[in-house]
Every structure is written in structure tokens, then in C-alpha cells.
Design a protein around this ligand. Sequence first.
Ligand code: SF4
Ligand code: SF4
Ligand code: FES
Length: 241
Amino acid sequence: MSAKEINARVFRFDPSGDTEPRFDSFKVPVIKNMAVLDVVMHIQNYIDKTLAFRCSCRIGMCGSCAMYINGRPRLACRTQVSALGGSEITIMPLPNLPIIRDLATDMEPFFQKWKKIKPYYVGGGELEDPAVIRPDSGERECIDQMLDCITCGCCYGACSMVATNEDYLGPAALNRAYTLIADKRDAIRVERLKTVGRSYGVWRCHAQFNCAEVCPKKLVPTKSIQQLKKRSFLQKLGVFK
Ligand code: SF4
Ligand code: SF4
Ligand code: FES
């Protein structure tokens, strides 16, 4: 193999016909600034058209290209081949989700949980004017770091509690719930807190930060979950309004 080639070991599985998954190896020429997404695109364009994967924006915005690359959930479009080191890359589908085919996972369980926390703001009544949120208010600042989720599922794929409890809401949905519960204008904060305080909610989190370690947007869902635990406790005592 020439120095300008990489060996890509790619997970293959078609649930409609295969009984076992396998790895296929492909030699791919390395070009300057090549991302792992370019590697799988090269394979699909020039070597094996049947390789299945998902992508859209190619700039780390849509969250659709999350894969398990060299043993860690990452966005394929934002992972440079040169940054991985070595002459071989192992590419697998994101863990903790059903496989549609090869590297394409079914995000339905992830979004079902997202749906469970009602991921949208619910206002308390008709406002004549738009609500004013002062940029320098402390309340606004407290969720600043938590707003940029692109629903890629990397955290979900890294969470050992999702792996062992299929009902656990998981880091992304809980992070989103916190951004809404932290907003005093939200009319269903108590209902949301009851949802996240159930057996499949915040108390499952063991706070080991696996989710934060892999988040491509540098969010720290563990922190949001710790905040939710505090509020859930207060709500159970009847002192959260
Ligand atoms: S800190 Fe909590 S949510 Fe994050 S990976 Fe660990 S168990 Fe999952
Ligand atoms: S919290 Fe981070 S890793 Fe999890 S879905 Fe959102 S952007 Fe992706
Ligand atoms: S293709 Fe959109 S985040 Fe990678």
C-alpha cells in the first residue's frame, strides 16, 4: 500500500438478507484535508456503490453523518483522516441504534425520546409584544452553552446508560429539556420536570461525562442533567414553581 493510501475497514450489514455483520477493507487514496466522509464517498463512488451511509450538509451543521470512527462517535464530515493517525481507519455505525444498512442507523428511538420531553417552547398566553430577553441577564447566560445541539446522536451512541436501559431518555433529550425548564416563561415546566424525573429520566445518569467527551458542538449534557436533578428534587418536595 502506498503512503498516500489509507485502509478503510468498513462495517457491512443488511438486516434484510445478512445473518451476520462483516468488515470489508477498501484502499482509498488520501487527498489533502480529507475527512472520513470523503473516504466513504470515495468508496461509494468508485469501489462499491452498495455502501450505505447518511450525510447532508458536509459542514458539521445537520448532524446526519455521525458514525463510530476508530472506537468513538464522531461526525464523519468533521473528522480529518490526518488527525486520526495511522494507516487504517475502522468505520462503524453509531452504537445504541438499530441499523438500517451498513453505516446508516435508524434515528427513530433517539427522536422518540426527544419527542417525549416536548422539545418546543410552550407559552403561557397570547403576548402582544415579543418577550424581551436581555442579553446580559444571568438566566439567559445559564443556557447559552447548551443551545447548539444538532441532534447528531453522538452523545446517545456514547452513553452506557442508553446501552443498558433502552427507555432512558439519554443526554440530548435531557439537555434540551433543561434549556426549556430553565426558561421561566415556559408554561409546562412542572410537567416537563415530572417527565424527566420518572424512572427513565435523570436519575439514571451516572455523570461520567461520556456524552460531553464526544459532543462535536462541545455541549456538556451532564451539567444540564445535574441541574435537572436539583430541580426534580425540589419539584418532588413541592417547592419548584
Ligand atoms: S453523563 Fe449521563 S447522559 Fe452522559 S453519557 Fe454518562 S450516563 Fe449518559
Ligand atoms: S448534545 Fe452534542 S452530541 Fe448530543 S446530539 Fe446534541 S450535538 Fe450531538
Ligand atoms: S454531513 Fe452534516 S454534520 Fe456531517
